[in-house]
Ligand binder design. Structure first.
Ligand code: NAD
Length: 414
């Protein structure tokens, strides 16, 4: 892997930090950064590669959502860029390998919409158990069907959660509060919360669950995770939810099991193929099947989640710009650093190779620089060392550090 070496950067005053936020990022994000004294420009639309290359000149911090693509070419034209904030969960729109080569840190908001997904799942479990969607649709067609047949309480039923990560585990807690019993299956060894019971296999979970809810991640092995075989193994008249990844479920098999009545209802928020743009037609085998709730991938889309994402990612960008903190970075080695304005700080991003730390310290020692604190972390091909020193480091020392063959990026922070 080859790295792009930048000129060493000396302290940038807050009022000189330039921020560009695209794609209608929640106003709280811009407000947070403005309150820190940064110059913040906001734009509502995504930018094409050429537009971005023009707009990114002189920008230190860039905020995007899912439709602005960060390519190698964009990064080559952004020598001042320190960090990119993806104000969303996914980072597929960013060439992450290229950001590492250019020493640009990437942050996102992996947890901000967890609660929103959980609340939708809870709403859908109750809606399916009470056949709310069917009854409401009938009423809209003028049909009054007052009947208890096929409607159930969820209290005392068993919810089987497949994938006990951030969302699955939070769903577990709230479902128990509603009186459901919870069982879960995860490929990793996860701590059971509350009274939830861990299953050793997915079949063990399917054999006891009245409701099965998928919350797995998008690793390649999860394509086709839930098909005819797993649906057959579900209890008769059970309910099924997928708010995780569309590719995990065989929707044609699901339709068959819904039509046969083996599965009594389903709620899907994600699909193997989703329309690319707003207004594009939605095609699925599941359209028109009774007691099926279909939603357009909105599990995490609430105003609260957007607001939280705005604040969360903005604070990560600020912490990196100001103190060099890389806690929860998507790409950089993680250092959770105290922000200590009394000290001077050198943040050195380098190619992870043996001996870099020793070389840095030799250079500092040779110039009589007193090290007051130091932290190193590595992640894959990148190393990151942050050194607090007692006095501002001179340009000659910075030049020497920047000239090391392993240096990707060097900043003096205060
Ligand atoms: N519908 C939406 O709008 C929306 C919003 C946010 C997240 N999501 C999706 O929800 C899913 C869960 O998100 P999260 O934040 O909880 O992720 P997470 O990474 O915290 O949890 C995923 C869990 O699934 C487990 N897992 C992976 N493959 C498995 C398998 N085959 N069997 C059992 N367990 C398996 C992992 O070990 C992990 O514990 C992700 O796919 C995410 O993209 C959807």
């Amino acid at each position: 892997m080859s790295f792009d070496v930048h000129e060493p950067l000396t302290t940038i005053d807050d009022q000189d930090v330039k921020v560009l936020l695209l794609e209608n990022i929640h106003a709280d994000g811009a407000d947070f950064l403005r309150n820190k004294g940064y110059q913040v420009e906001t734009r509502s639309a995504a930018l094409t590669e050429d537009e971005l290359i023009e707009a990114i000149k002189g920008v230190h911090l860039l905020g995007i959502r899912s439709t602005t693509y960060i390519t190698e070419k964009v990064l080559e034209n952004a020598p001042d860029l320190l960090a990119i904030g993806a104000f969303c969960i996914g980072t597929n729109q960013i060439d992450l390998a290229a950001t590492k080569r250019h020493g640009v840190a990437v942050f996102n908001a992996p947890y901000s919409n967890t609660r929103s997904v959980v609340e939708l799942a809870i709403a859908e479990i109750i809606s399916l158990a009470r056949r709310l969607h069917e009854k409401s649709t009938a009423m809209h067609h003028g049909v009054w069907n007052k009947s208890a047949a096929g409607s159930h309480e969820v209290r005392g039923r068993t919810l089987g959660i497949v994938g006990y990560g951030n969302i699955g585990s939070q769903l577990s807690v709230i479902a128990e509060a509603l009186g459901l019993s919870v069982v879960f299956y995860d490929i990793d060894d996860k701590l059971a919360l509350g009274n939830a019971k861990k299953c050793a296999t997915i079949d063990e979970l399917l054999a006891v669950s009245d409701v099965v809810s998928l919350h797995v991640d998008g690793r390649p092995g999860n394509a086709g995770l839930f098909g005819d075989e797993q649906m057959r193994a579900m209890k008769p008249r059970s309910l099924f939810l997928n708010l995780s990844r569309g590719i995990a479920v065989d929707t044609a098999a699901l339709r068959q099991h819904l039509e046969s009545g083996h599965i009594a209802g389903a709620a899907l928020d994600v699909f193997p193929v989703e329309p690319k743009a707003q207004g594009d037609p939605f095609e699925s085998e599941l359209r028109g099947v009774p007691n099926v709730i279909l939603t357009p991938h909105v599990g995490g889309s609430t105003e609260e989640a957007q607001q939280d994402i705005g604040r969360f990612v903005a604070s990560k960008l600020r912490a990196y710009a100001k103190a060099g903190t890389t806690n929860l970075s998507v790409t950089f080695p993680e250092l959770n650093l105290p922000s200590d304005p009394a000290r001077h700080r050198l943040a050195h991003v380098h190619h992870n190779a043996p001996g870099v730390l020793a070389t840095i310290n030799t250079i500092l020692g040779d110039h009589g620089v007193n090290i007051e604190g130091q932290q190193l972390a590595t992640r894959g091909e990148l190393g990151y060392v942050v050194t607090d020193v007692s006095a501002e480091v001179g340009a000659d020392v910075l030049k020497e550090l920047a000239a090391l063959p392993e240096t990707v990026r060097l900043r003096q922070l205060s």
